[in-house]
Design a protein around this ligand. Structure first.
Ligand SMILES: NC(=O)c1ccc[n+]([C@@H]2O[C@H](COP(=O)([O-])OP(=O)(O)OC[C@H]3O[C@@H](n4cnc5c(N)ncnc54)[C@H](O)[C@@H]3O)[C@@H](O)[C@H]2O)c1
Ligand SMILES: O=C(O)C[C@H](O)C(=O)O
Ligand SMILES: [Mg+2]
Length: 568
């Protein structure tokens, strides 16, 4: 046994877990603990005989019981806390329960309840999960990862957040580890990423959230956000250490602020295997929904006129992928860019504005165009919609109700099938509810949202609202990258993923969803993984041979089943 394995308490041999732990230590190891499902022989071997009641139960028995307990929790937040405790107690049981009730529980472990859980993190805190890195101690990063006791080949994936822009709810400091944990739970439930081979990471650089700074229970660093060189050095130290200790790991960035998210990605994307989910995962799932919508509308990608409201990390990430898709459909890059209008706090982004962020610059419109459109005030969303006459309207602004009846009706005057995606999370941030959008467009609107929403019935037709959440995309992307042992995550891999998702949708029935349903997340993720792995190989980015990608993806998917446990 290696020193690392000793620290880790167990390892896997021929489908069994082998452990040096005994007694309560076994029950305290979530990936080992089977509780009443330990067989008599395992109980004897592992020193558990007096520690468990007599009955030997199956995983199915245990799922039945915890499902009942889940329903005893009175609120979604307490259901989330219950599931977190289950995950910390018995990970196989947690994932079996989640997988069997994915539609019901995904909104509780993930959007929208995860936002609530992150806000309440310091109050509901029970036990740690993941690695907490502090900007106060950049020299301890290596030691912090080593505390996990994992070896170089033991990690497939690391999700890190500095929590500056959690979902649409802003800066939540140390609570941001919750989004890394939630994203990883979806990776496992959706794509069978092995939960023993992942690490959630909190990059605690302080917080500008006054409520947290003044909350006696707050568990993070109690100072304002560190920026500039010290921040960059800290991120650099994280990347250097993570890639040195775990050279095979994919580094996923989540919920960074707009001033850092893109910069970090640009800095590392050509050097290591990494991606930013808010920019790229979101861009690709929105592209998938767009490809479906364009098919329903009977138009072409190159003919779209696109207004993006909220030109931040997600908004511009979406713009980039839609622009590239128009280029693939035959437009020059400049012409494709000119079919996109970005609106942010200051109104339509124009090339005379000095305070634009560098990633917004390519989309700035000529001032002359804007001058003609100016109403009495600035050029807000209403003026842009009236003048640009978009075929698509995308919301990534976090501004609830920004898509008003007047704006939507104006859009619908100029286009047969208006494509409208209010993508802001969580529910209290969404730009418009689908039921309103469908009514305001007389059923012509092609709608998709970031949050899960029930179907809408309007004049006898039931409209299924596909969830354009990056959850349909990043798990399969990650699995594909892991199977191919991809060196990098390329734009081509995102495009392949988007096309694979769109290919799963049949849009011939009126009211059909633009995206696959969440129940089919495992199938979607497997399909995405195959497409991504093949694309990696085609671009010579795969380091593993891909003889039979479909089978390799299936074989790589971890299943929530109890393994035999042996003393070692
Ligand atoms: N559906 C998905 O998969 C998905 C993925 C990523 C992000 N999102 C959602 O998109 C939203 C934005 O996330 P982000 O990471 O891009 O955040 P961000 O902070 O980078 O971007 C938000 C942008 O909206 C702008 N904005 C704020 N108020 C505005 C106003 N009144 N008018 C116009 N623009 C305004 C901000 O200036 C900023 O540029 C969040 O609600 C997030 O949950 C959804
Ligand atoms: O986390 C999500 O649910 C989607 C997205 O990454 C977001 O930040 O809103
Ligand atoms: Mg996010």
């Amino acid at each position: 046994m290696t020193a690392v394995a000793a620290k880790r308490r167990f390892w896997v041999e021929d489908g069994s877990s082998v452990t040096s732990a005994r007694g309560v230590e076994v029950l305290d190891t979530p990936l080992l603990n089977k509780n009443t499902a330990f067989t008599r022989q395992e109980r004897a071997e592992l020193g558990l005989e007096g520690l468990l009641p007599a009955a030997v139960q199956t995983l199915e028995d245990r799922v039945r019981r915890v499902y009942e307990q889940y329903h005893e929790q009175p609120t979604d937040l307490l259901k989330n806390v219950f599931l977190a405790m289950l995950q910390d107690n018995d990970e196989v049981l947690f994932y079996r329960l989640l997988t069997e009730h994915l539609r019901e529980m995904l909104p509780v472990v993930y959007d929208p309840t995860v936002g609530e859980a992150i806000k309440r993190y310091s109050h509901e805190y029970r036990r740690p999960r993941g690695v907490y890195l502090s900007i106060a101690e950049p020299d301890r990063i290596e030691a912090a990862f080593q505390d996990l006791g994992l070896g170089a080949g033991d990690v497939d994936l690391i999700v890190a957040s500095d929590a500056e822009e959690i979902l649409g709810i802003g800066d939540w400091g140390a609570g941001g580890i919750g989004i890394a944990v939630g994203k990883l739970a979806v990776y496992t439930a959706a794509a069978g990423i092995d939960p023993g081979r992942v690490i959630p990471v909190s990059l605690d650089v302080g917080t500008n959230n006054e409520a947290l700074l003044n909350d006696p229970d707050y568990v993070g660093n109690r100072h304002s956000r560190v920026r500039g060189q010290r921040y960059d050095d800290f991120i650099d130290a994280y990347v250097r250490t993570a890639t040195k200790l775990f050279p095979g790991a994919l580094l996923h960035w989540e919920d960074f602020g707009p001033s850092n998210g893109r910069r970090i990605l640009e800095r590392y994307r050509d050097r290591i295997c990494t991606f930013n989910d808010d920019m790229q995962g979101t861009g690709a799932i929105v592209l998938a929904a767009t490809l479906s919508a364009v098919r329903v509308a009977g138009t072409r990608m190159r003919d779209q006129r696109i207004v993006i409201f909220g030109a931040g990390t997600a908004g511009v990430g979406i713009a980039d992928q839609l622009r590239d898709a128009m280029v693939r459909d035959g437009l020059e890059r400049g012409d494709a860019t000119r079919r996109i209008w970005c609106v942010d706090r200051q109104g339509l982004l124009t090339d005379d504005m000095t305070a634009l962020r560098d990633f917004q610059n390519p989309y700035a419109r000529p001032t002359a165009e804007a001058r003609e459109w100016a109403g009495t005030g600035g050029i807000g969303l209403a003026e842009v919609v009236a003048n640009a006459q978009p075929t698509m309207l995308i919301g990534t602004s976090t501004v609830h109700r920004a898509f008003t009846e007047a704006i939507v009706k104006e859009m619908a005057r100029h286009v047969d099938r208006p494509i409208i995606f209010p993508l802001s999370n969580p529910t209290e941030r969404i730009e418009a509810m689908p039921s309103d959008l469908i009514a305001w467009t007389g059923g012509r609107g092609l709608i998709s949202t970031g949050i899960p929403v029930p179907p809408v019935t309007y004049e006898g037709v039931t409209y299924a609202i596909g969830q354009a959440n990056n959850a349909l995309l990043y798990p399969g992307l990650g699995l594909g990258a892991v199977v191919a042992r991809a060196k990098r995550i390329s734009d081509g891999m995102f495009a392949a993923a988007a096309e694979a998702v769109a290919g799963l949708v049949s849009v011939s029935t009126p009211g059909a969803s633009l995206l696959p349903q969440v129940e089919n997340l495992r199938q979607v993720s497997a399909t995405v993984a195959v497409a991504v792995a093949k694309q990696a190989a085609a671009e010579h980015l795969a380091q593993a041979p891909l003889k039979d990608p479909v089978q390799q993806v299936q074989d790589a998917m971890w299943q929530p089943e109890y393994r035999p446990v042996r003393a070692g």
